[in-house]
Each structure stands twice: as C-alpha cells, then as structure tokens.
Design a protein around this ligand. Sequence first.
Ligand SMILES: [Zn+2]
Length: 113
Amino acid sequence: MNNPHKPKWKAGFFGFCPKCEKAKIFKGIISIKDNCNHCGEDFSKYETADGPAFFAIIIIGTLAGIFAAITEIMHEPPFWVHLLLWAPFSIIGSIIIIRISKGLMIAHQMRLT
Ligand SMILES: [Zn+2]
C-alpha cells in the first residue's frame, strides 16, 4: 500500500517539505521555517538537536583529515595551502551535510508521528 501522506525521504534530502514536497523547509542557510508555506505543516514540533552537527563533524572531519594527509604526503605544501584548501572545504561541506541531515531527520520524525 502506498500512503500519499507518508513523508518523503527524497524531499527531505533536498530540503523540501517531506509532507507536500512543494516548499523549502529552510528560511536561511541552516535555519528551519516554523511552518510550510504550501501545506502549513508545523516544523517547530520536530527537533533535530545536535544530530546534524554530529554528522557534519564525523563526515567532513574524517574527509578533511584524510584529504589533508594525502595532500601533505604527496605534495608537502606550505601550511597556508592547507588552510586555503581545507577551511572552505570544511565550512561548505558542513553546511551541505547539516542541510541534508536536518531534512532527513525531519522527514524521519514526521514518519514516526
Ligand atoms: Zn509542506
């Protein structure tokens, strides 16, 4: 059976309302709106807490560490090259991971309620 009102994982992954899949759930870079602009779903009742930050730290921290070590071993660049490479990678990568994990966590919580 296919429930048309079941929250959609794909919509959550891409930052859309998991219920209606029409409106964005973000009002800023990583802030969640209070309500869906299309279907009116109340997002304030879904709490993601530190979950998205945890995923960002684990995933991006691991990747940045591995890539920095490989770069250092292969090219031995000066410190400022590492700073120019891995600071933007970490910031932008963390924002992407936080957005994805927030959307997925809201979709998951919506599915449980
Ligand atoms: Zn909606």
